[in-house]
Design a protein around this ligand. Sequence first.
Ligand SMILES: [Ca+2]
Length: 163
Amino acid sequence: MSIHLIIVCLLSLLMVSFSSCKKDEPEEEEEEETLSEVRLNSVFIEHFEETDENDQPWDVNDGPDLWVQVARQTTVLWESEVHENANQSTIYDFHVDSNVEFENFDEEYTLRLFDLDEDGESTLMNNAHFSPSQYISTGSGSEWYISKGFGFQCELFVELVYE
Ligand SMILES: [Ca+2]
């Protein structure tokens, strides 16, 4: 074997080991998925106060005409359609059609329940404050339960988007 051939052999060996070295480099570690978006899909009103603060029924003829609102401070993010003549033994599902997103997990949001009156005005029946982080940190998943005693109980169904 000529010295020339030996050098060529050595060089190619070196190149092979160099390229295999590169191949063996560990792939970039997969980044942990982080929660990037929380969207509101539905609000379920499971129980509402039967009467107002004066012990009067919300609607003298039939049940209250329910609708809900989600707000951040003074900004209204979403308002639902109306479920007419609601009764105590039914759970009401208010589906969110538009894209409602809780952008800041630490911020406080407000859920309000109204009765739509015949004159077109609405009476606030109850409200509750919540912040997404309180549900995220406790691993509540996609169902957020809100309760103010037995009088007002509801559940938010959310979609958690990870990146
Ligand atoms: Ca009614």
